[in-house]
Design a binder for this molecule. Structure first.
Ligand code: UD1
Length: 430
């Protein structure tokens, strides 16, 4: 087991390249099981989620390989298995996309119910409701959902709640259905558009992705091709906060600035400078950020996946901030860890009331999920003294070369065995 050891206080300076979007890559990898032909997916982040999904495809009987250059080559031409019910499948949330992909291809899917980060209840009722509109019925037994349809026929699907996962799953099943599927109140996240573009480049006919009405004209089959994943909005946002929280000056490269609008706007509101260029943003910190109110919302609102990072920044702000989590019902578990470092935050249901403090101090803390883990690292970068961050498996699910990228900006962070008690020093390797 490993931990990060961080010596706080270094201002981050320099340039950093953002990797491909993890939440997009995981959907594209799974979507490849619908394709007869070779899919080459470029700019795939080398994180544990993408490797695990490639393994799952191999276990299903397809061929998937992820090169160390971030190119996933996937050939499922001869795949004839609709059963993704083994243990690893249930461990990763994005494997829920196997429901739509296998249903689309075989009109039958057996998939272990998805796990992933624990933000409270993570239901799949909207996914199942969408499939039933297309003519599929389902049953759930022993943690495995079985979905079948004699024929998949396009239909109108209204989402009661805006759901990224359900929107993607219905796009997948709809792409190979007969007739036209219309998703209303669809999610509009950048990776929804990426999934539609990927499928269209393989022969699908999907229009309107990125708006709240998506129209999918079903096609008979999808063919192989090459596609490149969009940059990771949340990784970029995390580095933006890293620059801000260390009062640094960082050029964050290979981004789509438009995808960062809600994050940039909030950072500017609290006194951080954000300069936008064609495919990069420069973030310049300030001595102390100002208090703010933040409400997480589906895209284009402020992303829930940036909530822990923003709370951490506001924990050091001047004044009382209020952060409301509108997407997940239990996404403040990490706050107990921040409190160990001296943060003064009170949680009441979906609202965190943050009394800004002047300093945080290093402490041993744990990642409670992927983005909360990143937030612990950000807190450690800003804190006085040494912070140890445990449970790195969460961070490894979604951040490629996190500590290497931070070190290249001057952070004093090292990955060590949890048994290693060497004190952190001010050196290149912390
Ligand atoms: C995706 C992201 C995750 C992000 C989330 C919201 C991936 C792999 N994960 O997760 O990082 O935090 O979007 O931006 O892309 N809901 C239902 N019924 C359903 C499905 C969802 O009620 O059938 C509710 C959820 O409980 C939640 C809300 O809808 O309150 C949004 O969830 P959803 O957008 O589906 O999240 P994921 O796709 O799981």
């Amino acid at each position: 087991m490993e931990k990060y050891v961080i010596l706080g206080g270094a201002r981050l300076e320099g340039e950093v390249d953002i990797s491909g979007a993890k939440n997009s890559a995981v959907a594209l990898i799974v979507a490849s099981v619908m394709v007869k032909g070779v899919c080459k997916i470029e700019n795939v982040p080398l994180v544990s989620d993408t490797y695990v999904l490639c393994d799952i495809i191999n276990q299903l009987g397809g061929q998937a390989e992820l090169s160390d250059k971030g190119v996933a080559t996937i050939d499922c031409t001869n795949l004839d298995n609709f059963e993704a019910s083994f243990e690893t499948v249930g461990k990763i949330r994005a494997s829920s996309y196997f429901m739509g992909a296998l249903l689309g291809r075989f009109h039958h899917a057996r998939v272990a119910l998805p796990g992933g980060c624990d933000f409270g209840v993570r239901p799949i009722d909207l996914h199942l409701k969408g499939f039933s509109r297309l003519g599929a019925s389902h049953s759930i037994e022993n943690g495995v959902v079985d979905i079948q349809a004699e024929n998949l026929a396009g239909a109108s699907v209204y989402m009661d709640t805006v759901s990224v996962g359900a929107t993607i799953n219905i796009m997948l099943a709809g792409a190979l259905s007969e007739g036209t599927t219309i998703i209303e109140n669809a999610a509009k996240e950048p990776h929804i558009v990426d999934v539609a573009n990927f499928l269209n480049s393989m022969g699908a006919n999907i229009k309107g992705a990125g708006t709240d009405v998506i129209k999918i004209k079903g096609v008979e089959s999808l063919h192989g091709g090459t596609y490149s994943v969009i940059p990771d909005q949340i990784e970029a946002g995390t580095f933006m906060v890293a620059a801000a929280i260390t009062n640094g000056n960082v050029l964050i490269k290979n981004v789509i600035p438009k995808h960062l609008d809600s994050i940039s706007a909030k950072l500017m509101e609290i006194g951080v400078t954000v300069e936008e260029y064609d495919d990069s943003v420069r973030v310049i910190g300030t001595d102390r950020v100002i208090r703010a109110n933040v409400k997480t919302m589906p895209h284009p609102g402020f992303p829930t996946d940036m909530q822990p990072q923003m709370v951490t920044l506001l924990a050091l702000g001047d004044g009382t901030s209020i952060v409301t989590e509108n997407v997940w019902d239990n996404r403040f578990k990490y706050i107990d860890e921040l409190t160990k470092m001296g943060a003064n935050i009170r949680v009441d249901g979906r609202t965190a009331v943050i009394e800004g403090v002047e300093k945080l101090s290093g402490a041993p803390v744990s990642s409670t999920d992927l983005r909360a883990g990143a937030a612990m690292v950000l807190a450690g970068l800003a804190a006085q003294g040494v912070t140890e961050v445990y449970n790195l498996k969460y961070i490894d699910r979604g951040y490629e070369k996190f500590e290497e990228k931070l070190r290249s900006l001057g952070a004093q962070i090292a990955r060590r065995s949890t048994d290693d008690t060497t004190p952190a020093r001010k050196s290149k390797t912390a």
